[in-house]
Design a protein around this ligand. Sequence first.
Ligand code: OOG
Ligand code: MG
Length: 262
Amino acid sequence: MSSTIYKEIAAHLVAAEVEKREVEKVTATFKPDLTVDEGYLVQEEIVKIKLEEGKRMIGPKMGLTSLAKMQQMNVNEPIYGYVFDYMLIEDGGKVSLQDLIHPKVEAEIAFVIAEDIEGPGVTGAQVLSKTEYVLPALEIIDSRYKNFNFTLPDVIADNASTSRVVFGSSLKKPEQFELDLVGAVLKINGEIKELGAGAAVLGHPANSIAMLANMLSRKGEKVRKGDMILTGGITGAVMLKSGDFVSAKFDGIGEVTFKVTD
Ligand code: OOG
Ligand code: MG
């Protein structure tokens, strides 16, 4: 099939993001038989549009890597998407609801990669030996689809709902921790909303990066030195409202916060 339809769907989803309006899922409109591979073709077109607009890519991210997330979104496989510079919010910074559609937040452990990691066959242990730092992160997801209602190909096409990312300012060497045993607490206005441990993410967050490297290898790509990568929400995501003060704390690793405004 010609790539026109993927370009058309990509332009439609980018317009929804830019105009801050929700749209019906692709499988209910453009293409009921959209496959996972085609979802990634649409995602690639979105990446092209952003790069053509002069946006800088920060790196890939993983999503739907914990049971909590898979159950909440009613899908059963991890996916990846891409983070761009305009999505970054500084630690302690502000996110305005006016810039977004219906944002939710999730607590994640992020990795800074020390050396290129090329699949297939990459293991979590290999990832750890090529990791410079780990750090706390909060991802603000904002599916362009009405009510976050999507199938696996839909959410892949929508760049995995990626919208904003707050990376924490405390960088730690990974060998100081058993990342699977690290506890995570997500609070809003001081109230605990979700909690979990690193092991929620595919047994160990490093396994998420290994899976990413193995998935990227299918199209001849790799995880790159310097990439700062989200490994996926440890718990379910929580809806945001104006005035929320959001914090995620990871035992020994540190805390990351932001504030929600109108
Ligand atoms: C898809 C994005 C998932 C994660 O960390 O699991 C994701 C969604 O839930 O809308 O970023
Ligand atoms: Mg996420």
